[in-house]
Design a binder for this molecule. Structure first.
Ligand code: C2O
Ligand code: CU
Length: 426
């Protein structure tokens, strides 16, 4: 494939400012967190040469884009990891259009800051807007990520990490705050528009372990895309999304002023991430969001192009529990098995595959499938949040992209503790 666009990404250590007077020694692509925005037209062939300047192995995964298997960036499954000092070329056709991101798929590197936005522009958007901004949300961990220890109890509550943060508190590292585009809330990024413009906000949850609730003071959001896929515009006061999910929403800025864009952790106590939407001049301090408005539900979403071939009876159904692994060490399981010591989930090209997940743990799990979009109700997504305490979610996909594809929890600490399986084409 001859590339239409070539980019260089360098995974490297460095110091980045998170407020006017505070910086952070971490790892990043190039010289900032998030990494550079990659923006291409739908259908373009993108070639990204990734150079590893770290002291350890790395890879890059193009989250949500149904690339060829060999370009998917899963170490030990789709490619050997990139050694320190070497590089790797990823080449793939950028389609379909949508809001995506790229990130390291090795260990806990994502929580260091190895992520950046990937925008594939549609030639003819189904919604009108005057300008757009990308907001990448993250949880701020200034030190070295470490796996929690000793939570094998399953239902939380007693012992291990289960006690402190209530029922949701099992696995979040001690985050110091939450970030929009690499900024702590004391130094929020500002997005400037003209009065009476419609602005498209592309929200990406690139955090490692945070479920965010997002709202904009003084504005309802018209949600236009879920995980990059177009939906019938639906109005909501706020939305909740887990690690790996994306929403695009239009806000109509009717009058001059400035308003807070707020993203709070639903299961943490850090100060909320903030940005400011500003129209017209004046340096008034932004109107704060008083409380989150009505929350978008998955059942509100109607995809404009549903997944084809998932009506009727599935060729294969997998019933998978989501649970703590047990055994005294920190582990998480899908269908009672812990990656990499887990059986592949075997499918065949052309299959209509149904996955039924039942959550046997108290915590939320944002479950992500590589290489395919799936149908969940009337929505089309690649990552779906499964509620805690017996929450159940079913999705369907068509096996149309042969290879070995990871299916996992996008809470990085759960993934690292084994919460992954592989769909394997035979
Ligand atoms: Cu965004 Cu397997 O990852
Ligand atoms: Cu999880």
């Amino acid at each position: 494939m001859e590339p239409d666009r070539t980019v260089q990404l360098r995974a490297t250590g460095g110091s980045h400012s998170v407020t006017a007077d505070r910086s952070w020694n971490t790892w990043a692509y190039g010289d900032g967190v998030p990494g550079p925005e990659l923006r291409v037209a739908e259908g373009d062939v993108l070639r990204a040469t990734v150079t590893n300047d770290l002291q350890e192995e790395t890879t890059v995964h193009w989250h949500g884009v149904p690339v060829r298997n060999a370009m998917d960036g899963v170490p030990g499954l789709t490619q050997p990891p990139i050694d320190p000092g070497s590089s790797f070329e990823y080449t793939f056709r950028a389609e379909p259009a949508g809001t995506y991101f790229y990130h390291s798929h090795v260990g806990l590197q994502l929580d260091r800051g190895l992520y950046g936005p990937l925008i594939i522009e549609e030639s003819d958007p189904h919604v009108e807007y005057d300008r757009e901004f990308v907001l990448v949300l993250d949880d701020f961990l200034p030190g070295e990520p470490r796996l929690p220890e000793g939570f094998g109890g399953g239902m939380g509550g007693s012992g291990g990490m289960g006690g402190s943060g209530g029922m949701m508190g099992d696995t979040r590292p001690p985050y110091e705050g939450l970030l929009v585009n690499g900024h702590l809330p004391s130094d929020p990024p500002e997005f400037t528009v003209e009065e009476s413009e419609r602005v498209r906000l592309r929200f990406i949850n690139a955090s490692s372990a945070t479920v965010f609730q997002v709202g904009v003071a003084g504005h309802d959001l018209s949600v236009s895309h879920a995980d990059g896929r177009p939906v019938e515009p639906v109005s909501a006061g706020s939305f909740v999304f887990g690690a790996g999910e994306r929403y695009d929403a239009i806000a109509e800025v009717a009058e001059p002023g400035s308003w807070e864009i707020r993203a709070s952790a639903v299961d943490g106590n850090e100060p909320p991430a903030r940005a400011v939407l500003r129209a017209g001049d004046g340096d008034s301090s932004p109107t704060a969001l008083q409380s989150f408005g009505s929350r978008l539900r998955y059942s509100d979403l109607r995809a404009l192009s549903p997944v084809e071939g998932v009506d009727g009876r599935p060729d294969r159904t997998f019933d998978l529990t989501l649970s703590a692994g047990g055994g005294g060490s920190y582990s998480w399981a899908i269908g009672g098995q812990t990656y990499p010591d887990a059986d592949p989930l075997r499918i065949a090209e052309g299959d209509h595959v149904r996955v039924r997940m039942a959550n046997r743990s108290p915590v939320l799990h944002p479950m992500h499938l590589h290489g395919h979009f799936f149908q969940v109700g009337d929505a089309v997504k690649d990552t779906v949040l499964v509620p805690g305490h017996m929450g159940e979610v079913t999705f369907d996909f068509v096996a149309d992209n042969p290879g070995e594809w990871l299916f996992h929890c996008h809470n990085l600490y759960h993934l690292h503790a084994g919460m992954a399986r592989v769909f394997e084409y035979r």
